[in-house]
Design a protein around this ligand. Structure first.
Ligand SMILES: Cc1ncc(COP(=O)(O)O)c(C=O)c1O
Length: 382
């Protein structure tokens, strides 16, 4: 790696694509279009690629069942519906997540309750979780933020002891694992997204729900296909062409994740030398998939400079960053569905300090070196 670069030597905008595509995906899409044109081959829900993708994905994760859906958001909606969450129910949700985890609860007329996070992991704080359980608690929604897997064991204990199901929002955690347990293998229902920025993508949009419950899988399949027997369903299907692409993407996932991990670790090795710069936590025994690279500027060292740093990285160095996510409990539509809630002081602090550096498996050594160098330059000149 070079020691020095010049400003704007590279353009590193925020990576709105996170997956790697190649000739295999191109070939499979072309073949399906050719077959539709020349053999009148249907491309709808009867196509074998859908079940094939579901089975391959579930096997890869180590879950019994997979149900392909049109997005990560619809997977969360379907999970919420099949758990029968409704008016008056409380659902405990990690304070740091995308609004897609929370809006299905609001849509169902239930009450979202934010649970504070740990400063180090940015994942749910277990003590806060247990203290918020009430007689009205209907479910717990957890998130493997940025691709750092949750430890299933204490969560399963809490779930068993209180008789409350867990929905895992694993949108960030494709292929991530705690020990040898992959995200998506242990919760009552786990929701994945294949949206464009994710570590694998089914042509820009897509989702999938995994579960070990036959009953849940059957319900999810019914709800995605206009169920009218048990509850009103809709069309939440993922197309056969997208599933065929998913099969190819799954073959690449471990390689893509290894590339992301190598980049993430290299950035951390350099950036953690800067006092007050907090890099993503990656404990022993955990396979982080670095969907994102969330870092923080410790307020006691840097005080209120996060937005200045982000702006200067973009204006002076063409390095795009993100802020994922603002506290969801401050959004008006969600807030109006909530009752009184305990403050989330760690999340409030993280919201002032957090930003994401760009990470993409296709970056060259120099592009990664340039991002590191740019961050050092900006922080040294504050
Ligand atoms: C944590 C989280 N949950 C859910 C979603 C929703 O997924 P989708 O965009 O596929 O609806 C996303 C992102 O897109 C996400 O980051």
């Amino acid at each position: 790696m070079r020691e020095s670069y010049s400003p704007k030597q590279f353009q590193i905008p925020w990576p709105y694509t996170g997956a790697i595509f190649g000739p295999e995906e191109e070939e499979v899409v072309s073949r399906m279009i050719r077959d539709a044109a020349t053999k009148r081959r249907p491309l709808d829900r009867r196509s074998p690629e859908i079940v094939e993708f579901e089975n391959q994905f579930a096997t890869y994760i180590g879950a019994e069942y997979g149900v392909a859906l049109s997005s990560g958001g619809t997977a969360l909606e379907v999970a919420t519906r099949i758990l029968g969450i409704g008016p008056g129910d409380e659902v405990l949700i990690s304070a740091l997540t995308f609004k897609a985890t929370v809006l299905p609860i609001v849509l169902a007329g239930a009450i979202p309750v934010p649970i504070d996070i740990e400063y180090q992991t940015l994942n749910l704080d277990l003590d806060s979780l247990e203290s918020r359980i009430t007689a009205k608690t209907k479910a717990i929604y957890v998130v493997d933020y940025a691709g750092l897997p949750l430890d299933p064991e204490p969560l399963l204990r809490i779930s068993r002891e209180h008789g409350i199901p867990i929905v895992e929002d694993a949108a960030h955690a494709l292929g991530a694992a705690h020990g040898n347990v992959k995200c998506g293998a242990w919760a009552d229902l786990s929701c994945f997204s294949f949206q464009s920025q994710k570590n694998m993508s089914t042509l820009g949009e897509g989702g999938l729900l995994t579960t070990n419950s036959r009953q849940h899988a059957d319900r999810a399949r019914a709800v995605r296909n206009y169920d009218h027997d048990v509850q009103a369903g809709g069309n939440y299907r993922l197309s056969a062409v997208q599933c065929a692409v998913g099969i190819e993407q799954l073959k690449r996932l471990d390689t893509v994740n290894a590339q992301r991990r190598a980049i993430g670790r290299r950035m951390s090795a350099e950036l953690r030398k800067i006092p007050g710069f907090v890099t993503p936590y990656e404990p022993e025994g955990v396979t982080h998939c670095y969907h994102m690279y969330p870092c923080r500027l410790d307020g006691s060292v840097f005080s209120t400079v996060r937005d200045t740093v982000r702006k200067r990285l973009w204006d002076e160095y063409s390095v795009g960053t993100s802020f994922q996510y603002e506290p969801w409990y401050e959004f008006p539509v969600i807030r109006s569905a909530m009752g009184e809630f305990q403050p989330c002081s760690v999340m409030d602090r993280v919201a002032r300090e957090l930003f994401g550096l760009p990470i993409f498996p296709g970056y060259s050594d120099d592009e990664v070196g340039y991002v590191i160098w740019s961050v050092k330059e900006v922080l040294a000149s504050l």
